[in-house]
Design a protein around this ligand. Structure first.
Ligand code: HDD
Length: 702
């Protein structure tokens, strides 16, 4: 169902292929009903099995062939369907692409998020880039915007992609470490290839640790080209901005979540859609007229560079909403095949050498991954636009072409299907001239100015996280020469950064900058300079044991729900807890099955017996302490404050009913019906800020 109740064209098309097994008899692949599937056909009860058992042979054979190669990169992902709709038609001045310019047009989409380095079964929360690949099923054919959550890439020319990927993937001798960049080969590569530095700065930043797929930006990365009705081109960069803002986890938390819930980001996306909290992004564009191609101090064709938003503003185009989870992970999320060369009229390429290589690689990889040339017929990949051509046969051909011909030109079928019909894609006319040469363009050679711009634009908290990330990653590198070479490169980004990193990894402190810091900033690069706040869909644990303040818990839970948050009562065991008013409170989750790191905030309610029981339970104390360590909003009221004190949460506690907020810790001595509304407001406000970054927690043992 679409979010407005209407089923979009893609959803309806998929009905053809949906299989509903309810109330059906078990059959073979040939449709023959099976009487018994637990035992093989054998010569006697204890005798050898018989070849003649076509059912069991078919069953095992199919099972033996269930696996297909995982994606060579972006193997682990999660996908969902949705819709895209432009706000108005302003972009029609620049492109003929209907789906971007007709506000009456709703285009179905499929979006697949992914991590890059890890295998299909690896954890979601690792330090990595996230894939952000959108397939628009437009009326003019499929358009794929195969982007990432970073606006820049690690290399400039696709010829280096296999080298880069081999370096970041686990070490070849033992396939260690899984889904992690903290090892020798990656940093060896980085130290020798300074074009990586800009994306490496992003990778060391909080951007690599998204709280949720719903809370990260997406970028098309390359400079693409919009083309208008007269064939005039305009350079364009695509941006996706999440309605919930861009928010990250902290590193310690990321590592623990990987164990507590390896499916953290997947589950979050799935649950949000199932519960009707449809994730939203705004599509925006930065436009650069062709005359301005050389107006920048970097090359627009260089995918390791971004256009600062302060220089070219991002103009809003439309909204994408994810509204429906897939029915079957393999059929849809695994078999979806993206390709940068899937373009529609009005959108074209540039000579970015990374993009050009991608335009080769994606089609090629699907041929091996999906077993042949007919993968575009797989339901999730099928366009809603009509498909007619003379391409025939091949493995897995599902279409029954009835035409008498399969060539063009023909007279027998009146030359159908016909090229050159209205609405046909025509390639942008560009004059190209050059000497055949294998050489990186001189205009690509400034590797440091933009990493410096990124570094300069960070708040101090973000900068600290970057330094800590470099220290962690390089601290895992065994070869000390590699550590030193990376620090040497960082001198060209910023001397202070290089020195701070060096101090943590046993490398002599550098004393001289590689080049002077240009001092420029771009505030839009910081996640914390102007964050979107809000409590919607934030998960809040309410710790409770027997004797809890029933009225207080009910009011808190109802208040949080009314604000769009997701409160869960976490008990020492599952079932119910007795409340102080003689009633019961339902437990949503038992403490042993969850962890503090799976929540955005925690509240400890009143109730003397409840507080005493929680204080006696090391897991409950750890739960609160860890939330404090990770900068999360914490609320305590009445006797619940005893638990916070026992957890040695350093904060200015309320002395009376008036709520006190101290760096995200919200307290009042009131309870039950006396809880003041200001307490609820202050807690929601603290949750909405995502984290209390000003809180100092270095001495917190968690
Ligand atoms: Fe790529 C998958 C994004 C450079 C070759 N890439 C893949 C996916 C995303 C990206 C999101 C997963 C799609 C999905 O969910 O199925 N890749 C990027 C971005 C890049 C980039 C944003 C730089 C701007 N990629 C890149 C280069 C090459 C590839 C330079 C090769 C020369 N990428 C592939 C691939 C993959 C892929 C091998 C693996 C699975 C697939 O395509 O379908 O072809």
């Amino acid at each position: 169902m679409g979010h407005d109740g209407a089923r979009d064209r893609k959803d309806q098309q998929l009905d053809r292929d949906r299989v509903v097994d309810d109330d059906q008899a078990l059959t073979t692949q040939q449709g023959v009903r099976v009487d018994h599937t637990d035992d093989s056909l054998a010569a006697g009860e204890r005798g050898p099995t018989l070849m003649e058992d076509f059912h069991v042979r078919e069953k095992i054979t199919h099972f033996d062939h269930e696996r297909i190669p995982e994606r060579v990169v972006h193997a682990r992902g999660a996908g969902a369907y949705g819709v895209f709709q432009p706000y108005d038609d302003w972009l029609a001045e620049y492109t003929t692409a209907r789906f971007l310019t007709d506000p009456a047009e709703t285009t179905p989409v499929f979006l697949r998020f992914s991590t890059v380095a890890g295998s299909r079964g690896s954890s979601d929360t690792v330090r990595d880039v996230r894939g952000f690949a959108v397939k628009f099923y437009t009326g003019e054919g499929n358009y794929d915007l195969v982007g990432n959550n970073f606006p820049v890439f690690f290399i400039q020319d696709g010829a280096k992609f296999p080298d880069f990927v081999h370096a970041v993937k686990p070490e070849p001798k033992n396939e260690i470490p899984q889904a992690a960049s903290a090892h020798d080969t990656l940093w060896d590569f980085v130290s020798l290839q300074p074009e990586t530095l800009h994306a490496i700065m992003w990778l060391m930043s909080d951007r690599a640790l998204p709280r949720s797929y719903r809370m990260m930006q997406g970028f098309g990365v390359h400079t693409f080209r919009l083309v208008d009705a007269n064939g005039r081109g305009t350079f364009v960069k695509f941006h996706w901005k999440p309605a919930l803002g861009t928010h990250s986890l902290v590193w310690d938390e990321v590592q623990k979540v990987a164990g507590a819930d390896p499916d953290f980001n997947r589950r979050d996306l799935w649950d949000a859609i199932e519960s009707g909290n449809f994730p939203e992004w705004e599509l925006g564009v930065q436009l650069v007229p062709e005359e301005d191609e050389f107006a920048f101090d970097f090359d627009l064709l260089d995918a390791t560079k971004l256009i600062p938003e302060e220089q070219v503003p991002v103009r809003p185009v439309g909204k994408m909403t994810l509204t429906r989870n897939p029915d079957n992970f393999f059929a849809e999320t695994e078999q979806v095949a993206f390709h940068t060369a899937n373009v529609v009229p009005g959108i074209d390429f540039t000579n970015d050498p990374l993009l050009q290589a991608r335009n080769f690689s994606y089609l090629d990889t699907q041929l091996i991954r999906l077993g042949g040339s007919n993968f575009s017929q797989i339901p999730v990949n099928r366009p809603v636009a009509e498909v007619h051509n003379d391409q025939r046969d091949g493995y897995g051909q599902h279409r029954i072409h009835t035409s008498a011909t399969s060539y063009n030109k023909n007279s027998i079928s009146a030359n159908a299907p016909m090229p050159g019909c209205p609405g046909a894609f025509t390639h942008y006319t560009e004059k190209v001239e050059g000497t055949k040469i294998r050489k990186r363009s001189e205009s690509f050679k400034d590797f440091y100015s933009q990493p410096t711009l990124f570094w300069n634009s960070m708040t101090e908290v973000e900068a600290e996280h970057i330094v800590a990330a470099f220290r962690f990653e390089l601290g895992k590198v065994n070869d000390r020469d590699i550590r030193a070479r990376v620090v040497d490169q960082l001198r060209y980004v910023d001397l202070d950064l290089a020195a701070r990193v060096a101090a943590g990894i046993g490398v002599p402190a550098p004393t001289e900058a590689g080049r002077p810091n240009h001092g420029r900033t771009s505030p839009a690069l910081s996640q914390l300079s102007d964050p979107v706040t809000g409590v919607a869909t934030r998960k809040v644990a309410v710790l409770a044991a027997d004797g809890v303040d029933g009225a207080g818990v009910t009011r808190l839970v109802e208040d949080l729900r009314a604000r769009g948050a997701i409160p869960e009562v976490v008990g020492l065991t599952d079932g119910t807890v007795r409340s102080d008013d003689g009633g019961t409170v339902d437990v949503d989750k038992a403490l042993p099955t969850v962890a503090s790191v799976l929540y955005d905030a925690v509240a400890v309610p009143c109730g003397a017996d409840s507080a005493a029981a929680l204080t006696r339970d090391g897991r409950a104390l750890h739960f609160v302490t860890e939330a404090f360590k990770h900068g999360k909003a914490i609320a305590g009221f009445g006797a619940g404050l005893d638990v916070l004190r026992a957890a040695r949460i350093g904060a200015g506690y309320a002395e009376g009913a008036d709520p006190v907020e101290d760096k995200g810790v919200v307290t009042t001595t009131a309870h039950g019906g006396d809880l003041p509304s200001g307490f609820f407001d202050a807690f929601a406000d603290a949750i909405g800020k995502h984290r209390a970054w000003a809180r100092k927690t270095d001495d917190v043992a968690a």
